[in-house]
Design a protein. Structure first.
Length: 356
């Protein structure tokens, strides 16, 4: 019976589309087997509250953020790496899957591999599975994001050799030490890009008495964020609402302001990495000392992050190539070589990695 089901699955795989999805808090990336990365869209959806219909998804919805009439709501369906609005997530996935599936191969529903944060609960995993299945997937596979990032960075996860990955995304920071197709120890921290945006909003409100939106905070972070003092000082003009008068006002924000704003959150990430290192077995840690820690995700692009980790933890740090796409690249490699990487997938019963 098992042999028959394998043949059936192989037939389905030959006539359907295999899709890898990095379902991130900030951005959703989609990989299609045989075609590569085909979509990279912000995880934002605009919904008409009168009709319940989608108005826009991704980049188009992001342009509407803070600029919609009362009957259009712009929603971020994922918060801190997990699904907060099931129905909107389902609609978004259905739209994305429909967009990438075309032609005769779409006659049979696709198999979908979804990247999820390490250590999520069984309920959160079930929500991810159900959302993808209801969106049109034939079969739903889950892989923890640090594992997918490690595969995408071409680390030897299948060998008896320690590898350490730090994936600083939009909603979560995943820190994991891997060996022999599994996680030795890990930590999931709900401090990442979105928290840094909130830190910047709070700082500008407290120090300058100006209220700015999330989009402005993100643009300011991208322009000015750094961890170490920069010889060439940068500044941007930020426009918002004066919290005292309620009138429009603009202020000049410097890179020093942003360093001060995001400093506590960056330090929390460094301490979480230290906790994982302290819980790592000595033999595995020896491998990490020799080969270094690898950083992926949008946080890897903040100038000075790798240098700070090296300085505090006394270990070499490597930023993976194209860190924003490491997770979705990993889902693609797993899909292309599913039998080789099958052990990396989360079991249906909800097998979780060891957490600190």
């Amino acid at each position: 019976m098992k042999t028959l089901s394998k043949y059936i699955e192989k037939f389905f795989a030959s006539v359907s589309t295999d899709i890898g999805i990095d379902l991130g808090t900030a951005n959703t990336l989609v990989y299609v087997k045989g075609r590569g990365i085909v979509l990279n869209e912000p995880t934002i959806v605009a919904v008409n509250t009168k009709t319940g219909q989608l108005v826009a998804v991704g980049a188009e919805a992001k342009t509407m953020l803070g600029r919609t009439p009362n009957h259009v709501e712009v929603v971020r369906p994922l918060v801190d790496g997990v699904i907060s609005d099931f129905e909107v997530t389902e609609e978004m996935l259905s739209y994305l899957i429909g967009k990438v599936c075309s032609g005769s191969r779409s006659l049979i529903a696709p198999r979908v591999l979804v990247g999820v944060p390490s250590g999520i609960t069984n309920v959160e995993m079930r929500a991810a599975r159900d959302a993808a299945r209801n969106a049109g997937a034939r079969d739903v596979l889950l892989v923890e994001e640090p594992i997918a990032a490690a595969v995408g960075a071409k680390l030897p996860v299948h060998k008896a050799q320690g590898s350490m990955i730090i994936d600083i995304g939009g909603g979560t920071t995943d820190i994991a030490v891997l060996s022999l197709n599994g996680i030795v120890t890990s930590k999931n921290l709900r401090i990442a890009g979105d928290r840094l945006n909130r830190d910047i909003i709070s700082y500008i409100r407290d120090q300058f008495k100006v209220l700015v939106g999330e989009k402005t905070a993100e643009e300011t972070k991208v322009s000015l964020a750094s961890v170490n003092f920069m010889a060439d000082s940068k500044e941007v003009v930020v426009r918002g609402r004066d919290v005292v008068t309620g009138l429009p006002r603009e202020v000049v924000i410097t890179d020093t302001d942003i360093r001060e704003a995001i400093g506590p959150s960056i330090n929390a990430i460094v301490e979480a990495v230290r906790d994982v290192i302290e819980a790592t077995p000595p033999e595995v840690l020896a491998d990490v000392m020799q080969r270094g820690m690898y950083i992926s995700g949008g946080g890897a692009l903040i100038p000075g992050v790798s240098e700070l980790l090296e300085e505090v933890l006394k270990l070499p740090v490597v930023v993976v190539p194209d860190p924003l796409r490491a997770v979705v690249r990993g889902t693609g490699i797993i899909l292309e070589n599913l039998e080789q990487y099958e052990e990396l997938l989360i079991e249906n019963e909800g097998e979780l990695s060891p957490q600190l």
